[in-house]
Design a protein around this ligand. Sequence first.
Ligand SMILES: [Ca+2]
Length: 371
Amino acid sequence: MTGDAPQHRHACCAPARDALGQDDPPPRDATAATAFPPAPPRPAGHAGPPAGHAGAPAGHAGAPAGRARHEIAQCRVPALSFTMGDAQGDGLAADGERPLHEVTLDAFEIDATAVTTAQFARFAAETGYVSDAERFGVSAVFHLLVDAPSEAIVGPVPGVPWWISVRGADFRTPAGPASHAAQADPSHPAVHISWHDAQAYCAWAGRRLPTEAEWEAASRGGIDGARFPWGDAPIDGSDGVWRANVWQGTFPAHNSAADGWIGTAPAAHYAPNGYGLFQTVGNVWEWCADGFAADAYERHVAHDPRGPATARERVLRGGSYLCHPSYCNRFRNAGRSRNTPDSTMGNAGFRTVSLREDPRRPLLPLRALGD
Ligand SMILES: [Ca+2]
């Protein structure tokens, strides 16, 4: 797996919005993301479970009563120093996973799971928010998962024909609009979520997206330098333990689903890492706040590094149910991908972190990128 082989192009992870062949969408209200009233403050003493506690899956008993909106269990990542980047040499130079560099972060709280379909649906129901997949009218669905009438299928995405542009695919009907069978499972991660959608959710919930450094620190679970959140044990069940939802079989035609899932798995499936986070690796890609820069690590920012505030693409982390070493090995703590902030696909969602005071960078308004 060397060079710029097709199996390593970022479009294999997910195509960009402008490749889907949709009509021009109606304009979005530029104030949409900031129009939501702020979430009520948490009562004192409800700072979340202690470090390493997995907490309850989203929407289950155990969420503090004061978290009226964002009902996702929390994990605490302590103030720490860690080695950021690819220690094994797995990544491609174009991904910018090196040089390795020491990063320090203040403590923060992060969701134990990706934001679920149930949680995102609640946000949409309470606000009337129209997601980018709905606004554009199409989104990218992996070909084995499509459940849509022929008139809803725009066609394969050029260059990555295993991705199908489907009208009516969104977080409610991730496989397409065919039938009730296509309805999203509420316990699974919300998918077909753009970076803008994630930002809008955060504005409503009183949350924010993690920085790329925060995401990687949280995914490492306290094990510095390891390939995966659980260490360096195999992901593929070869020792009898499945640790994440990725691809088994011959991509893109045959998936044996030996790990139990062809598409998404429930957000709180498999064992959590040392901080209590579920499935940072595999299942769905997760948006980060940062703009993507391949040379970001060369800047050697030691404390709380950030990518560029404005960039054509935003960072995605963690890989998805489509990852396999034969064509995309980014399902690692250090793996990096990116896409344009209005792109949506059936294998990308997000998790959030708690707000903090940050005089350097206030939260960006929804359409601040001018794209
Ligand atoms: Ca799988």
